[in-house]
Design a protein around this ligand. Sequence first.
Ligand code: EPZ
Length: 450
Amino acid sequence: MTDYNRRAVELLGGKPMVDLGVTEAGIQKAVERLKIVGGNRLRGSVSPSGAKNAVLKLMTASLSAHNLCIIRNVPRIRDVETMIGVLRGLGAEVNWEDETVLAIKAPNDLGFCAPDELVREMRASVQVMGPLLSRNGRVKLFQPGGCVIGQRPIDLHLKGFQALGAEVVEDHGYVYVQAKKLRGAEIHLDFPSVGATENIMAAAIVAEGTTVIRNAAKEPEIIEEQNFYNRLGARIRGAGTDTIRIEGVPRLYDREIDYTVIPDRIETGTFMIATAITGGDVTVADIIPEHVEALISKLREVGNYIEIGEDWLRIVAPNRVKAADVTVLTHPGFPTDLQPQITALLTIAQGTSVITENVFGSRFRYVDELVRMGAMIRVESRSAIVKGVENLSGAMVFAPDLRAGAALVIVGLRAEGITVIEGLQYLDRGYERFEQKLAGLGADIVRDRI
Ligand code: EPZ
């Protein structure tokens, strides 16, 4: 009898169900899930893996290269494996040289259509468009749909390509883009879209003349791509600001490059928030503290002590944080990819917090799962109003997307009793050895299969 049925007998008496080999979650199927016993304070030191949202773009940028690209500090996560499939589908050679080292070599006769099923699986596949356009002048792509966090159009990407002289045709769910010659242009983005900034930058590197992207995204991952392309012989300046200048060059270098990716700022922030909710004391090492400045400020505001070093920080948390409002904005504002996690923390804060999501259209789908654990949250339009409670109770919950999964783990670390989290196919997209790293900090967390 499962723990939940035992509880049912305690509360209601009698025989809860005839054991037909089914779980409360439905007909028995072999699924992986995380099982967490809440209450342990996290202690010790942990380091994040390489930045998922940078690595994926350096992998697509390698399609523009005329020689071998070695990328180091690559996390072993599902999205990287999917992107390996996308690049191989286009004809590139991609191999793991070591535990965290990828070697990528794009042939001259690259394909121009990424595998549909992989594009459907991972939106980041869209980022092959810029490199393929600059390399071969054409790309056909299955139009990526929205996902659980909201509409995910690519209109800004396509408008940017058109401004550079490409012809765009959308037909029967596919996008066809081709350009005999790409010409530099002045492009003003309606929204500082990360993906659009990256794709336009990639398309402009060998365009004739100079391209200026205004209202560009300023995320640290954009700087990574600028550095990577410049190592390949491109001439890009201004990444990290809202104006990026790309001086088109006739051709990139023919030499090999060897590039080490920055640490993952969202994974860093996830460990910081996990420490905060458990009243722990953790050092997060091998990081770039400036990349999590907005979170440091917010965690200090709610009562955490944070000491900052050259490439590390130490967070010492109170037993219970104070409430605070959070406004999600594009970088350097509070990052949308830490919105579910900070909301999870504030469910047990002293007082009421309002979290406003200004980047994605519906990134509060996970709230229902937190409410099942006893959280008091009301979603109104773009905001979640969170009335802090003393504590939450463990439950069987489902992670609808990657960062929501992290939020459920964070709450499970604090909640009374057992929390079982299904939907690991999402969590494994972006976190490498997540439960092992948390267990290393003293969390009572295991992955099991039912
Ligand atoms: C990147 O997605 C990240 N993904 C996301 O991380 C991150 O949340 C997002 O940037 C914002 O920081 C990767 O890097 C692989 P956007 P991206 O284009 O590029 C709208 C995670 O959990 N928009 O900046 O898709 C769009 O609908 C993931 O690691 C248009 O309207 O984000 C959204 O509302 C989730 N038209 C907003 O802009 C367009 O053409 C931000 O999107 C493009 C975007």
